[in-house]
Design a protein around this ligand. Structure first.
Ligand code: SME
Length: 154
């Protein structure tokens, strides 16, 4: 099973219609994404709960580490730089945090709110090496912008 980002984006948009609560939106996005693609072995959000600190939010899959400083891991790099992290081989990523021993590749995207602030990051792990590509980055970014662009919108 391979995700159709257009179709999944439409389903998520209709489920999230009129909602602006961050956790409710995150839980809904994670559920729809996680069940849409066999590559997605762990799907979850980390939220910025204080300056330079991420804490786990809604997720699906095995155990997720609870706290990640901006200075550490793939998630920290995405929050710190504001740039999508496409990791073909987690063993080759300096400072990768292994919450699961089976993860081989990963994609982490910053989540921007309507005021241009970083709310957190979306992290998707795969047990397959090199599982993610530019199409995933584009498809996921479009969904995140549509859903979270209304949070804190001025
Ligand atoms: N691997 C991530 C940590 C979170 S787990 O993948 C759920 C990282 O390096 O930041």
């Amino acid at each position: 099973m391979r995700i159709d980002y257009g179709e999944t984006g439409r389903v998520i948009a209709s489920l999230c219609e009129g909602e602006s609560d961050e956790v409710a939106l995150m839980a809904t996005v994670v559920c729809e994404l996680h069940h849409a693609d066999d590559r997605f072995d762990w799907t979850g959000f980390y939220r910025v709960t204080e300056p330079n600190l991420l804490k786990i939010g809604p997720y699906q899959g095995g155990h997720g580490c609870l706290v990640i400083p901006f200075s550490r891991g793939v998630c920290g790099a995405a929050a710190r730089t504001g740039e999508v992290q496409l990791v073909e081989d987690v063993e080759a990523f300096p400072g990768h945090i292994a919450c699961s021993s089976t993860t081989r590749s990963e994609i982490v995207l910053p989540v921007w709110d309507g005021a241009g602030g970083v709310l957190g990051v979306l992290d998707i792990d795969s047990d397959a090496p090199g599982a993610f590509g530019p199409a995933d980055s584009e498809g996921l970014s479009a969904i995140l912008t549509h859903v979270f662009g209304r949070v804190n919108a001025t």
